[in-house]
Design a protein around this ligand. Structure first.
Ligand SMILES: [Zn+2]
Length: 228
């Protein structure tokens, strides 16, 4: 038996199965961009329908009423408004926003920032990160708060980043989060907008064993680091 044909949920054009990134073997960045070999597959994460230009990780999962968004002037304007490499992510972000899913919108725009990083488009990347910071607002979860701090720093918003770091330091953080926060504070003080691996921010006893188990370093593994 052949599998049922996958089609775009908006227009019915054949769609491919969602991309499955390979397991990361290297630690993620401080903003949780996964390490290689997953890292360099970024351009495959969002597919764009050749029929209607809808963009999503899984076109078949789009609801038919996404058509109104895809045909809207705001969606069409995305084509000319920004960097081409970021277009699929900005399109998906707009669909998430229209669906009221601001967490997914923030993730999509952060991925757009990563695409801008890869294109060496620094001002576009900074603008996208500021938008992500705004969408995350005042996150309760420490992992999101730390990713937001990284976005502020990498956008060059050093005063805002320093203030946010000071506020975070007053929270009851896990040891892992405290290590990352201290690392970020040093990078903010140095006016460093560069990317750093999360393993750089962890003390040797915490991260050394994981290097030898690098092939198991999935995103889920790193997420568990934030648990108490
Ligand atoms: Zn379509």
């Amino acid at each position: 038996m052949s599998a049922p044909a996958r089609v775009c949920g908006v227009c019915g054009t054949p769609a491919r199965a969602p991309f499955r990134a390979p397991q990361p073997e290297i630690a993620p960045d401080l903003d949780m961009r996964p390490g290689e070999p997953a890292r360099s597959t970024l351009a495959d994460w969002i597919q764009t329908c050749r029929g209607c230009s809808a963009a999503a990780p899984d076109l078949a999962a789009l609801p038919p009423d996404a058509r109104a968004v895809v045909e809207s002037p705001a969606y069409r304007a995305l084509t000319t408004d920004g960097l081409e490499e970021t277009l699929p992510f900005r399109r998906w972000a707009l669909l998430c926003r229209a669906a009221g899913d601001h967490a997914a919108e923030a993730e999509a725009l952060l991925q757009a920032a990563w695409a801008a990083d890869d294109a060496a488009a620094m001002s576009a990347a900074a603008a996208l990160r500021k938008e992500v910071v705004r969408l995350w607002a005042d996150p309760a979860e420490e992992e999101t708060a730390l990713r937001q701090l990284d976005a502020l720093r990498r956008a060059g918003e050093f005063d805002a980043a320093a203030a946010r770091a000071t506020a975070l330091a007053h929270r009851d953080l896990s040891e892992t989060a405290q290590s990352i926060l201290r690392f970020q504070q040093a990078r903010i003080a140095a006016r460093d907008t560069g990317r750093h691996l999360i393993s750089s921010a962890l003390p040797p006893p915490a991260h050394a064993p994981h290097v030898s188990h690098g092939k198991r370093a999935s995103t889920g593994f790193w997420h568990r680091l934030f648990r108490r």
